[in-house]
Ligand binder design. Sequence first.
Ligand SMILES: *Cc1c(COP(=O)(O)O)cnc(C)c1O
Length: 381
Amino acid sequence: MNDVVQHASAVLTIDLAGIGRNYRLLAGKVGPTVTCAGVVKADAYGLGADRVAPALYQAGCRSFFVAHLDEALDLRRQLPRDVTIYVLNGLPLGGEGDCAAVGIVPVLNSLDQAQAWSQQARESGRKLAAVVQVDSGMSRLGMTAREVTQFVEAPLPGIDVTLVMSHLACADEAAHPANEYQQNTFAALAQRFPGGRKSLANSSGIFIGGGFHHDLVRPGAALYGINPLPGQVNPMLPVLRLTAQVVQVRDVEAGAHVGYGWTLETVRPTRLATLAIGYADGLQRAFGTNGAVYFRGKRLPVAGRVSMDSLIVDCSELPEGALARGSQVEIIGGHQTIDDLASAAGTIGYEMLTSLGRRYERIYAEEIDTRWRGRAGMTAL
Ligand SMILES: *Cc1c(COP(=O)(O)O)cnc(C)c1O
């Protein structure tokens, strides 16, 4: 990642021990007979797979899912050999040889991908493990019922199907009828692979109920503290802190214009602080409308539009001199979770997390520091 960030003005602290504890919470919830995998695609949702995956390994995780073969090849180098690495998007064209050479297990989403893997098995001179994904009602990836029939009635040589999986479209709404529909469709399709292990649930799917756990669960977001139960108390530990530095503080009169487009005109004398973080660092422009940052527990609303590299906040509520050049204010922490930040920007924690910038200094905390964990502490699952 960013190897040398010498003078960063924003600091992202990632609590690896907290990620490990979240893993164990989920593994405990599904119980010892179900495998709890870890989803570390998109560079572990932007947090750095090279640090996050070994922390998950330490917590007991031995099955990892990524989206792309290249992510899997990187991960292979970073983890001990006793892990299984799965590629959700399956085989890229021409990637079969690299995939087989280092024992990465592709998810076969189509008959095309299955044929390519069978061909590779012939070239490699041995059977190759694979996951078959079936489409249980999301229409994104996976074999249709017709393709499943073709696949099982005319088995391709050389493929050892070790897992059958599908993916839930509405898992974060437990009562959504899609869940039962997909559960039934998945059961019917998976039955065509007798003896195969099965996997359906992502983070939120784990919380719908035990019937959704099958043999392996695939949480990603919940490991990183995103609430798998939107609208309810978050059962996961927050694992992030993001602070940004004050570059300049100024007092303006009533009638001053603030930021691009002059979208804000002050109605009273106002104290403003400009922070060294902007939309290039993942704080979307939409964050300007309802967003805020925190300092010593006080909410400081964003004033005007978010710029590329900076953000103006109204700090009139703070005593004079409380903020100065170099002060660090909280963007994510005890007063504002990643989910809060996302909802202020009109998006979801997933998008917020994967957008967080590359210019931050990143601190990987191995030890659990409860001082900044703040509210939303661990609750029993
Ligand atoms: C991303 C992904 C997951 C992880 O989902 P979360 O909601 O982050 O837990 C699991 N399975 C598949 C197929 C995915 O694409």
